[in-house]
Design a protein around this ligand. Structure first.
Ligand code: NDP
Ligand code: OXD
Length: 309
């Protein structure tokens, strides 16, 4: 079996090395070495060039090392074979940690107390409420959103969610589609976005949406930078419509040094590390997918090409 490794990341050699250890019976090929495209059955990839898979007529599956596949689906020449996204317990738990960290940090005013500490000021900031009085809205109730909802619920927060299709059995209110949006936003004092980037979600975190949140809300986005309009977020912070934001993803990555988000006192910036995908975390799941498919089983976590996630 021959597998193409096309990973546009500085640590690509580490991915190839670990894949090789797990799949010693397979031939791993890459774009920088001559190889026979007709022999390639699977591709393991991140952010490939447009048209990267055109030469591979016998591909049977394209496996993304990431959970988000917007960087793959932007390719109009992506072959009509299953596209598989990464889902792994360690990825989900990392996102859970990041989301909980940001929620608790805004809920307990960590930025405010850091500023006081810097001034050696022993003061109490007003407005601390118990978690059960704080209403959190989670946009995107997939692998990551549902897990975050579950754990925030355990901390006592008042949770609701928003997804494309209704979800009856979550144990908390779920709103769906554009019909449910206004009511969902109106109750979301802390809004968490764990949406994929698709034509329907591009730019969704904009001034129209932010204006529907309760005044003084908090925005937390770890979905994709393309979901957010950064100028609108900054404007909402200026007026107080937002009292804080935590952003892991940006319209342009790396976030340009000139962005006012870097130094905004109410904004937490992290450099797309909510989930820190490493070969050790992801490769075992990829290998299991390839082995299962080779033996006639179906891929899991196949992307719905029509809905684009
Ligand atoms: P899933 O595909 O499991 O879940 C996506 C969720 O978004 C689903 O609940 C889906 O609704 C909902 N959704 C999609 N489109 C719409 C829409 N138009 N309107 C309303 N809801 C919509 O994805 P994951 O939870 O695994 O991951 C989510 C995203 O997180 C990834 O696509 C990626 O961009 C991002 N990510 C970021 C990382 C980081 O380090 N910052 C790391 C990993 C992922 P429904 O349930 O009805 O289908
Ligand atoms: C992913 C990511 O999609 O790291 O997995 O953003």
């Amino acid at each position: 079996m021959t597998i193409l490794v096309n990973i546009n990341l500085p640590d690509a050699p580490l991915w190839t090395q670990l894949l090789h250890q797990h799949l010693p019976d397979c031939t791993l090929v890459s774009l920088d070495r001559p190889h026979d495209p007709a022999a390639v059955e699977y591709a393991v990839t991140w952010a490939p060039e447009l048209g990267a898979f055109l030469p591979y007529a016998n591909l049977r599956g394209i496996l993304s090392i990431g959970a988000g596949v917007d960087n793959l689906l932007r390719d109009p020449d992506l072959p009509q074979v299953p596209v598989v996204r990464s889902v792994a317990p360690d990825l989900t738990s990392q996102m859970r940690e990041w989301v909980l960290l940001q929620v608790l940090s805004h809920h307990r005013n960590a930025l405010g107390y850091s500023a006081l500490q810097a001034r050696r000021d022993w003061a109490h900031l007003p407005g601390q409420r118990p978690a059960h009085q704080v209403r959190i809205g989670i946009m995107g109730l997939g692998e990551l959103g549902l897990d975050a909802a579950h754990h925030l619920g355990h901390l006592g927060f008042d949770i609701a969610g928003w997804s494309r299709a209704p979800k009856p059995d979550t144990g908390f209110p779920v709103y769906s589609g554009s019909a449910g949006m206004a009511e969902f936003l109106g109750r979301s004092e802390i809004l968490i976005s764990l949406l994929p980037l698709t034509p329907l979600t591009k730019g969704i975190l904009n001034k129209t949406l932010l204006a529907q949140l309760p005044p003084g809300a908090v925005l937390i986005n770890a979905g994709r930078g393309g979901l957010q309009v950064e100028a609108d977020i900054l404007a909402a912070l200026d007026t107080g419509q937002l009292r804080g934001a935590s952003l892991d993803v940006f319209e342009q990555e790396p976030l340009p040094a000139s962005s006012p988000l870097w130094s905004h006192p109410a904004v937490v910036v992290t450099p797309h590390v909510a989930v820190y995908s490493t070969p050790a975390t992801v490769v075992p799941a990829l290998v299991a997918q390839i082995r299962r498919h080779q033996q006639g089983g179906a891929f899991q976590n196949v992307v719905d090409r029509a809905n684009r996630y």
